[in-house]
Write a protein that binds this ligand. Structure first.
Ligand SMILES: [Zn+2]
Length: 76
């Protein structure tokens, strides 16, 4: 396993999976998508919104996080 020291406090850093996008935006899009899908004219728009919302909710990225000061570092 790879180890990294924090650049600020020299503490141990560990990898963690965090959501890439704001969860609230994803949930809003899913709800909006469902509302659009109810109407026949909005179903195409609804499916797109729903797809975007789900994509936002499931998107994750790996980052380094410091145990001491919780500094986030993007993993290359
Ligand atoms: Zn630190």
């Amino acid at each position: 396993m790879q180890h990294l020291s924090c650049g600020f406090c020299n503490g141990a850093m560990e990898t963690r999976e965090i959501p890439v996008y704001n969860k609230h935006i994803g949930i809003s899009l899913v709800i909006l998508g469902l509302l659009f899908s109810i109407t026949l004219v909005g179903i195409f728009m609804g499916v797109i919104l729903l797809g975007c919302g789900v994509y936002i909710l499931v998107s994750k990225k790996n980052v380094w996080i410091c145990n001491e000061c919780h500094t986030l570092l993007n993993k290359a």
